[in-house]
Design a protein around this ligand. Structure first.
Ligand code: GLC
Ligand code: MG
Length: 423
């Protein structure tokens, strides 16, 4: 969050499973990829991305390896009981302290063990401030009431959340996704960085609280669970700031960005063909996102095998511009583009995808930009990532010149095999 010099234009706070990530109906992750390109293209530089999940941190990391997910600025895990910041995921210790107020995991375990209706979840889903169970939907209300009273009598201040028609979480009263968001907003306010707009996105019971935070826009994705929709019917039906999207998962998030005019909401992935940069475009992040989208389409054979495209890309590179390949080899940038030309359609039917993450541009000197990003690519089950730096300068008559580019393997890359890496 430190990188922001002024209040973020938009803060998106999104649940992951079945909200940002479609675990059931989108094996190619198309809606997530559409969201990703829009975020990197139009919001990354001046907005904040927050993921708020029921998963524990290790289970979040597992999901990240399975799906093309962006790196959030803030990650709220374990149903709003843990908060961490940035790529290196630095824990918020003050939040951890708040979570220990009037909380005793031992007592929660002792009292819950008296309920045969509760089946404890896997060990990897348990955390110091989150005790999670499964329960039959028909028993949830009754058990919640009874358990709440018993724990209160034992001096604890807790909260019980029913989600997904089957999960029951016991958390500290001050925890939960809504409280975690309120805490983040206060922190941002204190730093003079209260977001201009905040959009919360969810699909199930543990997301309900997000929609109760004052002044936020909200989207319940189309595939939302009954318990969230019921809550909405009973409590928030008249709130014009909350919608039930007609699109599923990340598609619903894009829909909400459009509906609430948190513009722009046209994902570069929804624009077909070769995405030429306009001469008046001086957004170098934009240029990079579009280039790697073209790169994906070229290798998938989804754009026409047209020499003019390659010629136009070459023309935007400085003649003597250098590309440092992750192997360390130095090449001429224009030759690398020529080489790309030979790979049209080579990844056809190979489930090939390329995406960019953390595309951040800085303009140290007037007319010169350094864009840093993670460039990912995936072919079937093989995933690679390169930390990429591009230097741009502006042309006198508008538009941008690619000066040079450098790539090194990211520590997140599963493979560091340079033989098949073009750019
Ligand atoms: C996630 C967590 C699970 C929790 C559920 C509902 O699925 O893994 O432990 O019970 O969210 O909050
Ligand atoms: Mg969910």
């Amino acid at each position: 969050m430190e990188r922001l010099i002024s209040p973020p234009r938009l803060m998106i706070v999104s649940d992951l499973d079945d909200t940002m990530v479609d675990r059931h109906n989108d094996p190619e992750n198309l809606s997530l990829l559409r969201f990703n390109s829009l975020w990197e293209d139009a919001f990354r530089n001046d907005s904040l991305l927050v993921f708020s999940t029921g998963r524990t941190l290790p289970m979040y990391k597992k999901l990240r390896k399975e799906r093309p997910m962006l790196t959030p600025d803030v990650i709220v895990t374990s149903v709003g009981t843990e908060i961490a910041y940035g790529k290196s995921m630095v824990t918020d210790d003050s939040w951890a302290n708040i979570m220990n107020n009037k909380w005793d995991r031992g007592i929660v375990e002792e009292e819950t063990s008296k309920f045969p209706e509760l089946t404890i979840q896997r060990e990897c889903d348990q955390r110091p401030n989150k005790v999670s169970f499964f329960i039959d939907k028909s028993k949830a209300q009754e058990v919640t009431k009874e358990l709440y009273q018993r724990l209160e009598k034992r001096g604890l201040e807790i909260k019980i959340i029913f989600s997904g028609g089957k999960a029951l979480d016991v958390l500290p009263k001050g925890g939960g996704k809504g409280q975690a968001l309120a805490y983040l907003l206060n922190k941002l306010r204190a730093e003079g960085k209260l977001p201009v707009n905040t959009l919360v996105c969810g699909d199930s019971g543990n997301d309900t609280e997000l929609f109760t935070v004052p002044n936020v826009f909200g989207v319940m994705v189309n595939n939302s669970q009954e318990e969230l929709l019921e809550w909405y019917e009973e409590n928030a039906k008249d709130n014009a700031k909350i919608i039930h999207a007609s699109e599923k998962c990340a598609g619903g998030i894009l829909e909400a960005i459009g509906h609430f005019k948190l513009c722009p909401n046209l994902s570069p992935r929804d624009v077909s063909g070769f995405l030429e940069c306009k001469a008046d475009n001086v957004n170098p992040g934009h240029e990079v996102v579009k280039f790697f989208l073209f790169y994906e389409r070229w290798r998938r054979g989804e754009v026409e095998n047209c020499e003019a495209y390659i010629a136009s890309l070459k023309a935007s590179c400085r003649p003597g511009g250098v590309f440092v390949h992750p192997s360390g080899a130095e090449k001429c940038l224009r030759d690398t583009i020529d080489e790309l030309g030979k790979y049209h359609g080579d990844k056809k039917d190979k489930k090939f995808r390329a995406w960019t993450d953390q595309v951040l541009a800085t303009d140290t000197n007037p007319g010169t930009w350094i864009v840093k990003l993670d460039k990912w690519e995936q072919t079937e089950n093989e995933r690679k990532c390169c930390r990429t730096t591009v230097k741009f300068t502006s042309k006198e008559n508008g538009g941008l010149v690619w000066e040079n580019m450098q790539q090194t393997w990211s520590e997140e890359s599963e493979m560091k095999d340079d033989s098949n890496w073009i750019i």
